[in-house]
Design a protein around this ligand. Structure first.
Ligand SMILES: Cc1cc2nc3c(=O)[nH]c(=O)nc-3n(C[C@H](O)[C@H](O)[C@H](O)COP(=O)(O)OP(=O)(O)OC[C@H]3O[C@@H](n4cnc5c(N)ncnc54)[C@H](O)[C@@H]3O)c2cc1C
Length: 466
């Protein structure tokens, strides 16, 4: 095998342009991420074009060596771990090829960082409505490969809803170019959907056409306090109906989360004078600042009058709006309860209160005062993030906590992964959210597109099932 790998690395090095292949210490340094285990790759290949990616896949295929695509390495389920594999880093494929302001599309290479694309289209009066905390590092390819969600899903949908066209290199080196620019295109199967959310297991995404929206001319943000959970879904529906489709965020923070992000060493301060069991960041984006702000205030006032909330503060400046979002985004504070386990699940809003209460009670029943639970999430999308601490992080405690968190989700027919994907982290629990027939079809699709199991093996579906 050593000779095979040496021969492969020589061929890759000869095929790629200078700097196109990192080995040894250089490869090890590239494999560092604050968020994800990247493993110990045999080498890191750095293509500059789809043709390069095709060559890498052909050469690796001939040598029987597996590959793992890498974007910004911000994935939270270890989906890029590349042991005994060649990592394909898209970091040199960052071109913004075209911004079509009339058609409302941007064409980009997959290694382009989200924030860079957003800033480029905003400069042309347009908006790419995908937004997440990792915007400064996460790439277009990684975001599509994980079908990322984020802060504006309630209005614009998941990453999938912003993808019009895709170019993907298949395991055998075929370049599948479906660079569609049209919103309506029902000419046969919509093949790009297969690759969106496939976490690098079915092909390497190299280019994309993304749908743009007009840049919002108005933004209104409020920080709201609620005393009881049953106010939340009613408040959500009230805001949706009252704002006529402009609601763009409805982020709920349970009291423990607000406590953490507003006590030193955290720098944040709650805009509300009282503490509430639930705090909500509500945002609307529209077309006319004066008219929209008036409407936003009126709809909030109606909610207060109807008893759907207990208090609200409206941001009066960009600085106040930023401060509200900084509270919501300061998730690193949850690590103060270390050791912790983090979860990203979704379930019906009507089941959330009982679910969180059940999880809290089960953690306390087993770990007593050592148990902590911090909850926040994109409630409008049915998505909760739970951070559980039980005083230790052994394999056994991890499994015991997962059984509690995912068991409640399985019982409620929710999803064990709302937005982060399955990767290596959750593959043992896939069957808790998916029917056997669904998993069988996933395995068949995988076998069809990657018959030798060389594309990001072991991710999503356990290795023996690939
Ligand atoms: C602070 C923080 C906040 C976050 N917030 C959110 C959030 O709100 N919503 C959300 O959904 N996620 C969130 N994430 C998770 C992460 O940012 C997303 O999963 C993101 O889409 C990963 O992009 P990336 O470029 O870093 O991909 P990577 O981490 O490099 O890769 C992720 C997966 O995609 C595959 N992949 C990467 N590039 C390609 C490609 N070109 N072709 C095929 N497969 C590829 C990898 O093999 C891996 O399986 C957050 C992460 C952090 C650190």
């Amino acid at each position: 095998m050593k000779a095979v790998v040496t021969g492969l690395l020589e061929r890759l090095s000869a095929t790629l342009s200078p700097g196109g292949l990192l080995v040894g210490q250089d490869a090890a340094e590239k494999a560092v991420s604050s968020w994800s285990r990247m493993g110990t790759p045999l080498a890191v290949a750095r293509p500059t074009s789809s043709a390069d990616v095709a060559s890498i896949l052909r050469l690796c295929g001939e040598a029987g060596v597996s590959v793992s695509p890498w974007g910004g390495k911000t994935g939270l389920v270890h989906g890029g771990q590349a042991d005994n594999a060649v990592a394909i880093s898209l970091e040199r494929m960052t071109a913004i090829e075209e911004i079509d302001a009339i058609g409302g599309t941007v064409t980009v290479q997959a290694g382009c960082v989200l924030q860079t694309v957003c800033e480029a289209v905003e400069a042309k009066g347009l908006s790419l409505p995908i937004d997440l905390g990792a915007r400064g590092s996460a790439t277009v390819g990684g975001i599509i490969a994980t079908n990322a969600g984020g802060n504006r899903v309630i209005r614009y949908g998941m990453a999938r809803d912003s993808v019009l066209g895709l170019e993907v290199v298949l395991a055998d080196g075929t370049i599948l170019s479906s660079m569609n620019h049209l919103i309506k295109n029902n000419a046969g199967y919509d093949l790009k959907q297969l690759f969106i959310g496939s976490e690098g297991t079915l092909g390497v995404i190299t280019r994309a056409v993304l749908r743009l929206r007009p840049k919002p001319a108005s933004q209104d943000t409020a920080f709201v306090g609620c005393d009881s959970f049953d106010q939340l879904p009613r408040l959500l529906r009230h805001m949706e109906a009252g704002l006529g489709g402009s609601l763009s965020a409805f982020e709920v923070m349970w009291s423990e989360f607000v406590e953490l992000v507003t006590t030193p060493p955290a720098l944040g301060r709650s805009p509300l004078t009282e503490r509430y069991p639930y705090s909500i960041l509500i945002e609307a984006q529209g077309a006319s600042q004066d008219r929209d702000s008036e409407r936003f205030e009126a709809v909030l006032a109606e909610a207060l009058e109807a008893g759907l909330m207990s208090d609200a503060v409206i941001a009066k400046s960009q600085a106040q709006r930023n401060a509200m979002w900084e509270l919501r985004d300061d998730i690193s504070q949850t690590a103060r309860n270390w050791p912790i386990f983090t979860f990203d699940v979704s379930l019906r809003i009507t089941e959330m209160e009982s679910y969180v209460a059940e999880v809290r009670a089960a953690l306390r029943a087993t770990w007593g005062d050592a148990a902590t639970l911090t909850v926040f999430g994109h409630l409008g999308d049915g998505n909760l993030h739970l951070i559980a601490g039980v005083g230790s992080r052994t394999r056994e405690t991890k499994h015991a906590v997962e059984a509690i968190i995912y068991g409640g989700i399985r019982d409620r027919h929710g999803s064990i992964s709302a937005e982060h994907g399955i990767g290596l982290e959750k593959r043992g629990y896939l069957s808790w959210s998916r029917a056997p027939e669904e998993i069988l079809l996933m395995r068949r699709i995988k076998a069809l597109l990657d018959p030798h199991g060389l594309l990001n093996p072991g991710k999503v579906i356990a290795a023996e099932e690939n």
